[in-house]
Design a protein around this ligand. Sequence first.
Ligand code: UTP
Length: 291
Amino acid sequence: MKTSIKKAILPAAGLGTRFLPATKASPKEMLPIVDKPLIQYAVEESIACGIEDFIIITGKYKRAIEDHFDTAYRLEEKLRTSGKEKILAELNKLNHINLAYIRQRTPLGLGHAILCAKPFVKDEPFAVILSDDVIDPEYPLLKEMIKIYEKKKCPVIALEEVPLSEVHRYGIIDGKSDGNVYKINNLIEKPKPEKSPSNLAIIGRYILTPEIFGILEKQEAGAGGEIQLTDALRRLLKKAPIYGYLIEGRKRYDAGDKLGYLEATVDFALKNKELSEDFKNYLIEKIKPLI
Ligand code: UTP
């Protein structure tokens, strides 16, 4: 598949404080949903769009991510000799991708994490995928965003409607819609509900252009003392249009949050061929006394 977006940045250097103690010494991005870590879902979603070059922004206690995408000789040998070819093929199916790892020395925010990739992106447009925002693999969100980018040649960000009571957790946009596509007029990081321009929240999929790096370089810390991508996008908006793509239905899970993680686990298990029947029966038995 040919695409104008060849590289994806996967920021994975955050501290994952909402998921402590699980994330004290192991990466949030390695939390599994059924049998695959969050970051592998993000990689597979990108591969489905023709992206094969990945820049993963890592930090302290994130070594497991590198090991996950590396060859595991002993394990592979054991699988081979015991005839477990199916699992072996599953383990090897991502061998063709190119991966680079950059260490964000201090977690200064998402904007700063993206800036760390500047020397490796140079002057190409690129995707940013936040692994803890899990998208239903059947929903071609990134593909739709790339299509919009190819038409407009401007940054495109993914949007989701959230309850007004939750806007303080997100970057929120103000914009004008044409179907699912929004032309953005303004972006605000974590507004108070009464000051929020809408309930359209920015979620973890972005198609960005390299102009963002120059802005991030001059960017001061914003909400939470972090270098916020939303603040940089607001400044970019003064120079170039930015579009949003609104997802509809229940297709995004905030797997960096305990409830969102559990919801994703239940939904993905119910769709898993090997598990769905038994798991559904288990859930029905479990829920019966409660209703
Ligand atoms: P989150 O807002 O989910 O922050 O970051 P977090 O630190 O991972 O988790 P909590 O809120 O403390 O529980 C969004 C994305 O940006 C990355 C994270 O790894 C995640 O993918 N990130 C965040 C960085 O790479 N570096 C940072 O300095 C901050």
